[in-house]
Each structure stands twice: as structure tokens, then as C-alpha cells.
Design a protein around this ligand. Structure first.
Ligand code: FA5
Length: 341
């Protein structure tokens, strides 16, 4: 059995020399030194030997195992080094190659349209005024001529906070009061862009959060003609000279008289589609002459001063301009949508 052990040792050494890669190494290890390997199996057979031969066989078996383990370690190191050298050579960096382009970020469609709207109105002399998202009932409703329990409050389904009298603004109009109280009695030309929140049924054209851009002009002898001229010029610049528009009588507690401005639906060309509720028109803003009560709440004497105000929804406008048929895409965070802009 000693000779058989030596023959096995020789065979294992030769086999190890022939191994060329990591897979071959692990195959070799399980074949000879693993639990079911040939060397392990032979060592277990020591019990078959006469008692006096067992010590010599045991010693030799230990030598063989130790020598094979050491040879295995050395061969593993050599093969690993050769493999690393091959990988480095194959994957060597060619510094003369052009770089891989990084994916470029894009502006969100709401940001794009907001910038466009703000650019047109600032060219017309309006200045951007920032107003808070978290408002009080007083500013969002009361100072805008809607006392508690006023039925007009139903026009805006409201997210209230746990703090009594504190809510998420349902429109940018409370910013009118902030601006007036800051500037009274001087003339004002401001626009107020920002996010609004409504506890609404989400549909293709209504979201629970959306932007508005409010406009406010206060001064002496400001008339409805100024309002109309401003909005028509705005629509021309944003939608082009030929896009049909119309004004409809409306009602807002904070303007008198009040109107709404519609643009012919670009998606269906006025034919009627789900986005325009099959009317051919899409409302883009509410507007009117600032109500005397609101002027007074802002610190202006309505016998001396007058003003106009308007409030529009940039997402609805972006839907028209870019042919987006569902407002839910805006906050859906679907890259396939966002990457189109
Ligand atoms: C108002 O919010 C008034 N504060 C506007 C105003 C300002 C009138 C100043 C007079 C003077 P309204 O609820 O209609 O009005 O909303 C104004 C615009 O916001 C709408 O024309 C629409 O474009 C947009 N809008 C309203 N609700 C939503 C919604 N749920 N999702 C997306 N856009 C909306």
C-alpha cells in the first residue's frame, strides 16, 4: 500500500502540473485532496494494514498530504497571477479612446413651461414674488373675501393640517395679500409662481398638486382693458399669433368682474377630446379686477386704486403646448415620459 500511495503522489503531482486555470485547480483538489478524493480515501484504508505497518504508512500519508497541499498552494498562486496578468493585458485602458457620454439630465416639463411663462411676463414688466405653500385660512380665504362658511370655499377642496387654521394653499391668490401688504401704497406688478394643493379627484386633467402662476397689478386707473390686453399678448407669445382664445364670464369672490380665459384645444384642434371634455376649449386661467374688499385688505384704498389679477395652471398649459393627454404623467416619475423633453 505504501507503493500505491507513492504512485498516487506521483500521479497527483503530474496532474497538478497540467492544470492551467482556476476551474482545473478546484477539480484537481476535489479529485485528490477533497473529502472523497483519492488520497483521502487511501489514508482511510490504514485500518486494513497489519498493525506494525500502520505507523510507517501514517507518517508517509501525512508527508504526501502536506506536500500535495503545499504544491497546490504554489500552483494556485502561479495560476492566479497569470490570470490577473492576462486580464490586465486584455482590459488595458486605451487612453486615446473617446470618453463614454454621460446621460444628460433634462428640465422637467413643468419647470420648462414655468420658465417660459415667467420669461414672457417678466418681459412685460412683472416681477417674481415668492409666497409660501403653507398658508393660513385667513390668507387663503378670509382676506380674499371668503369668510368662514362662505359657500365659494367649496370651489377649492382643501388639505388642512392638524394645526387649526393652517392649510396647504389651494391657489396662489393668498400671495396677492402678502404682496399688497408689503408694497402698499405703491404700484405693483408681480407674478407669483408656485405649487398648489387640492383634495381633489385625480383625473386626466386634475391633480392634487399642481403649479399656478398668479399675476397682480395694482395702481391708479388700471382697467379691464389692461387685463385683457395683457392676457391676449401673453397668449400670443406663448401659443402663437393664430391660436384662437376666448373670455367667458365667471365668478371668483376676490375679483369683480371675473372672467376665465380659454384656448382652443391643441390636442384635438377644437374637435373635442377627453382632455377638453369634448368642448374644443381648454380653460387656462381665471382672472378679473381685484375686488374692493381685497384691495382694502391689502392696504389700498379702492376709491383711489384699482387692479387686475389672474391665475393660471402651467401643467394644463404644458399639456396643450406639448400634446400631453394626461396630467398624471407630470408627477408619475416615469423616465419614459420625462426623457421626451
Ligand atoms: C383659482 O385658483 C383662482 N385663484 C385663479 C384666479 C386668480 C382668479 C386671480 C382670479 C384672479 P381655478 O380654481 O380656476 O382658479 O384655478 C386656476 C387654474 O389652475 C385653472 O385654470 C387650471 O389651469 C389650474 N388648475 C386648477 N385646478 C387644477 C388641478 N386640479 N390640476 C391642475 N391644474 C389645475
Amino acid at each position: 500500500m505504501l507503493e500505491a500511495l507513492d504512485r498516487l503522489y506521483e500521479e497527483a503531482r503530474n496532474a497538478l502540473e497540467a492544470v492551467a486555470d482556476s476551474e482545473g485547480l478546484s477539480a484537481w483538489y476535489s479529485r485528490y485532496l477533497g473529502r472523497k478524493g483519492a488520497v483521502t480515501q487511501m489514508v482511510r484504508r490504514v485500518g486494513e494494514l497489519p498493525k506494525e505497518e500502520r505507523p510507517a504508512f501514517g507518517r508517509r500519508a501525512n508527508e504526501v498530504k502536506a506536500a500535495l497541499e503545499a504544491a497546490f498552494q504554489a500552483r494556485s498562486r502561479a495560476i492566479k497571477e497569470a490570470e490577473i496578468a492576462r486580464e490586465v493585458e486584455a482590459g488595458a485602458i486605451d487612453v486615446t479612446l473617446p470618453g463614454r457620454p454621460l446621460p444628460r439630465g433634462r428640465l422637467h416639463p413643468s419647470t420648462r413651461i414655468l420658465r417660459e411663462i415667467v420669461a414672457i411676463l417678466t418681459r412685460m414688466g412683472f416681477q417674481v414674488y415668492r409666497s409660501r405653500d403653507v398658508e393660513t385660512d385667513e390668507y387663503n380665504f378670509q382676506l380674499l373675501n371668503m369668510p368662514p362658511h362662505h359657500p365659494a370655499r367649496d370651489m377649492w377642496d382643501t388639505f388642512y393640517t392638524t394645526e387649526p387654521g393652517v392649510l396647504l394653499r389651494t391657489h396662489t391668490s393668498p400671495g396677492q395679500i402678502h404682496a399688497m401688504r408689503e408694497y402698499a401704497p405703491h404700484p405693483i406688478r408681480v407674478i407669483l409662481p408656485g405649487m398648489c394643493y387640492r383634495y381633489e379627484q385625480i383625473t386626466a386633467r386634475s391633480e392634487i398638486q399642481f403649479n399656478q402662476v398668479e399675476g397682480l397689478a395694482v395702481g391708479r386707473r388700471i382697467t379691464m382693458t389692461d387685463l385683457k390686453g395683457t392676457l391676449v399678448e401673453f397668449a400670443r407669445q406663448l401659443f402663437g399669433e393664430d391660436r384662437p382664445y376666448r373670455f367667458r364670464c365667471s365668478h371668483f369672490p376676490f375679483t369683480e368682474p371675473s372672467v376665465e380665459m380659454d384656448i382652443q384645444c391643441i390636442l384635438c384642434g377644437g374637435e373635442g377630446c377627453p382632455v377638453c371634455k369634448h368642448t374644443g376649449w381648454l380653460e387656462i386661467m381665471g382672472a378679473g379686477m381685484v375686488h374692493p374688499v381685497v384691495l382694502r385688505n391689502g392696504g389700498y384704498d379702492p376709491n383711489v386704486y384699482s387692479g387686475f389679477a389672474f391665475g393660471m395652471g402651467p401643467e394644463r398649459i404644458a399639456m396643450l403646448k406639448y400634446g400631453i393627454n394626461d396630467i398624471r404623467y407630470f408627477w408619475g416619475n416615469d423616465l419614459r415620459f420625462l426623457e421626451q423633453f
